[in-house]
Each structure stands twice: as structure tokens, then as C-alpha cells.
Design a protein around this ligand. Structure first.
Ligand code: PMP
Length: 358
């Protein structure tokens, strides 16, 4: 990352989300370390003068902009209060009376099993591969006649490993057309490996062959840094997008979120530079961790995964004592650390380096 780009994102806005005195450095939730771009903050402030009015219920301007960006029809876009809300709307649309099952690799985004439970749907889990990526062969084998929807998270949260393009194509081809394939690309903007699958390109290819069971989820929470505003989007065949929209409460996407997302779409260059800072840090921190003796899979997201079987909780507690909050996973099999600013990451590396071994 050139020094000029680093300087652009220097404090105070860089450090704003962790600014609370005495609070730990927040590297547990895959958020952006950057505060809002000035142009986005201005758009939010402008929208704030009109919050006595309801927002545009269909987010029409934003849907139109996203449709242009992806070369699809506006009716193929559904906005939601975060892509998490869209996940739940998808599960409910696929299993309307809780009568079907959803499938996903595990470990993956923790909301998938939660949403199955909320919708009253069954769930089938397939293991990740030895490379920590979703094992699409195992996922295919896990589908049953009752499976209505399958999530493929790429890059996978929490391991960061992406599915390969050729593997995803073979998977889509093999999945029965009655099963909706949801490609969850919350971290797409951080992908820099050309062999990684591009979900939108994959979906478009299959749509053009008449397959209408492929949908893509993206979010403004991660690379765009709008996690607190709750806005994400679905790109899908019209019938799927329509079912998802019909499952949303009225006015679920706020006017502030819509305005911020629109302003963000006008700031591609700045946001790409910020992603560059994060992917640079991802490389640097991974190399330092490997040097320190940790096993760290190559991530394509804004976080790294440390497989720490049986020691994950101890590692996270150790980091917290040194003022760094990372996420240990419930079954104690690993820790996920989000890439923050260089200073924050250095604090994490210092904590990791003196974690007692053995
Ligand atoms: N999908 C994945 C894979 C995620 O990791 C997350 C957030 N942790 C989401 C979806 C939801 O993000 P949001 O609701 O903020 O758009």
C-alpha cells in the first residue's frame, strides 16, 4: 500500500470505531476499522434532516443503481436490513411452513442454524474441507429430498477461505433445480485471488442457461463500512427476489441506510483503496503469525482464522487481557481475528506472540 494511501486513512476517522477510552480493540465482528467517508457522512447528515418521513419502501433508486452495476433488471434486486435479514427472508420463503430443510457447510456463518430454528426448518450440515473451505462435494452429498435451500458462504466466515470457481460451477450443475442455491458473498470485495469463485458471474452464467435457482447475497456492512446502518442486498431471479421482498416488514431499510449506500456507490475508488489497506494488512498479519508458529489458512476476507483446537477460548481470553477482543468459537476449535488498522493489528500480534504454547 503506497504511503499516500495509508496517509489518507490516518486517524482520527481511521480509529473512530475503537475510540472509547478503556475499551478493548474490537477485532471480533469483521467490521471495517474505517469511519465513514466524508461524502457518505454528508449524505447521512442530509438524509437525517428528513427522518420525519418514511423511507422509500422499495429502495427504488438504490435497486436501480445496483441493477446497472451488475447488468441485471431492477426487479432482480432486493434490499434488506443487512444481508442477515435477507438470509432469514430467504429461509422463510424457501420453507414457508417450516416444512423443509436448509443445508450449509459447518463451520460457517453462525446465523444459518439460527435462521433455520426461527423458520422452524430442519438443517443439514456438511463438513468443511481440510483446506478450511466449504467442501462442495460433501455439501452436495448432504442434500436430502427435503432440502429447499443451500447456503454456500464464499469466502467462508469464519475461516476466510473461498470456494474455487470451477468447483462452484460443478456444484451448481449438480444441485437439483428445485433447491435454491444462495451464494453468500458478504466479503467479496476483499477477494484478490483470480481462481476464487465470483458468485455474480456464476449466477449470471446459470441464469442464461435457464437455471433460476441461484441467488447472491452481498452487504454494505463490511467493505463499505456501514455495519451500523443495516443494509444488504440480494441479486436473484425475479421470482426469488419478489418472494424475498414480500417477506420483509414495511420500511425495513432506513432512509439513512439508503442514502449512505447510494453515496458509497459513488465512492468506488476510495473504497477500493480501503480494501487494499485491509488486504495488505491481511497478508502482513498472516505472515507474522506463521512466523510466530501459528497455522493460518490463506484468507480472502477481512479476517484470519487460527485453528487452535482446544485452546481457542484461552487464546481469546489472553488477547482480551492485553486489550484486544477477538472471537473464539463455541466448540473451541479456533479463533477469528478481524483486520483492523495497522496499529490495532500490531497490538493483536504482540498479544499472539506471547501466548503460552503447548
Ligand atoms: N453473511 C456472512 C457470511 C456474514 O459473515 C455476515 C455478517 N457477519 C452476514 C452475512 C450478515 O451481514 P449484515 O447483516 O451486516 O449484512
Amino acid at each position: 500500500m503506497p504511503a499516500s494511501a495509508q496517509a489518507r486513512f490516518a486517524p482520527p476517522s481511521h480509529d473512530a470505531p475503537n475510540a472509547g477510552a478503556g475499551e478493548p480493540i474490537a477485532l471480533a465482528s469483521n467490521e471495517s476499522p474505517f469511519g465513514p467517508l466524508p461524502s457518505v457522512a454528508q449524505a447521512i447528515a442530509r438524509a437525517a434532516t428528513r427522518v420525519n418521513r418514511y423511507p422509500d419502501m422499495g429502495s427504488a433508486e438504490l435497486a436501480g443503481r445496483l441493477a446497472l452495476r451488475y447488468g441485471v433488471a431492477a426487479e432482480q434486486i432486493a434490499l434488506g436490513a443487512g444481508s442477515a435479514a435477507l438470509c432469514l427472508q430467504l429461509v422463510r420463503a424457501a420453507c414457508p411452513r417450516g416444512d423443509g430443510e436448509i443445508a450449509f457447510s459447518w463451520r460457517s456463518f453462525e446465523a444459518y442454524p439460527l435462521f433455520a430454528a426461527i423458520a422452524g426448518a430442519g438443517q443439514r450440515r456438511a463438513p468443511l474441507g481440510a483446506d478450511h473451505a466449504p467442501d462442495l462435494g460433501a455439501l452436495l452429498a448432504a442434500l436430502s429430498p427435503a432440502t429447499r435451500l443451500v447456503f454456500v458462504c464464499t469466502p467462508n466466515n469464519p475461516t476466510g477461505v473461498a470456494v474455487r470457481a470451477a468447483d462452484l460451477d460443478a456444484f451448481v450443475e449438480a444441485v437439483p433445480p428445485g433447491v435454491l442455491i444462495v451464494l453468500d458473498e458478504a466479503y467479496r470485495e476483499f477477494v484478490d485471488d483470480d481462481t476464487a469463485a465470483d458468485a455474480v458471474a456464476t449466477a449470471r452464467r446459470w441464469w442464461s442457461r435457464g437455471r433460476d435457482n441461484v441467488a447472491v447475497l452481498r452487504t454494505f456492512s463490511k467493505a463499505y463500512g456501514l455495519a451500523g446502518l443495516r443494509i444488504g442486498y440480494l441479486i436473484a431471479p425475479p421470482a426469488v427476489a419478489d418472494a424475498v421482498r414480500r417477506g420483509a416488514p414495511p420500511y425495513d431499510v432506513s432512509a439513512l441506510a439508503q442514502a449512505a449506500a447510494l453515496a458509497s456507490l459513488d465512492a468506488d475508488r476510495e473504497l477500493a483503496e480501503r480494501c487494499g489497506v485491509i488486504t495488505h494488512e491481511r497478508r502482513r498479519v498472516r505472515e507474522a503469525l506463521i512466523e510466530a508458529g501459528f497455522d493460518v489458512p490463506a484468507s480472502q476476507a477481512n479476517f484470519l482464522w487460527l485453528p487452535l483446537a482446544g485452546r481457542a477460548t484461552r487464546f481469546a481470553e489472553h488477547c482480551l487481557r492485553r486489550g484486544v477482543l477477538v472471537k473464539a468459537f463455541a466448540e473451541d476449535d479456533g479463533v477469528r481475528v478481524t483486520m483492523g488498522s495497522a496499529r490495532e493489528n500490531d497490538a493483536f500480534l504482540a498479544a499472539a506472540a506471547d501466548f503460552p504454547r503447548g
